[in-house]
Design a protein around this ligand. Sequence first.
Ligand code: FES
Length: 153
Amino acid sequence: MKEQVDQIIEKYRGDSTAIVAILHELNTTFRYLPREALERVSAQLAIPLSHLYSAATFYRSFDLEPCGEHEIQVCLGTACHVRGSELILEALSRRLAIKPGETTADGKFTLKRVNCLGACALGPLISIDRDHHGHLTIHQAERLLEAYKDEDD
Ligand code: FES
């Protein structure tokens, strides 16, 4: 882990405005922000650990807990909400037996609610591993989930 963290730090060394970019790369690399990685960034760049945690909690796209193999984001922004995305979230939550923000016990899926995925015309919209799936019905969302489950078997 140390080497990967150091490579990311090196890319941004000297750029005091790069905290968010560093956190983003760490989050993408490890699928969350391990404390060990944040401590290393703090020590290497002389940024208080508390600042890193404040930034990490301010931006909802960062994860402080390990994510599942597949990350499902259900958009509950206005455009998606009025087209029924809350019902899709409930259906997926029921199928996975987890609440939004949680990861299944087998570590396969993390379910998240987000405020906008940036493609409002496609609502209701979800993304799985950053692939967008729009104009979804509950049934289609459930079938999509099954396809990801089958893929892993
Ligand atoms: S509100 Fe759902 S993508 Fe923007």
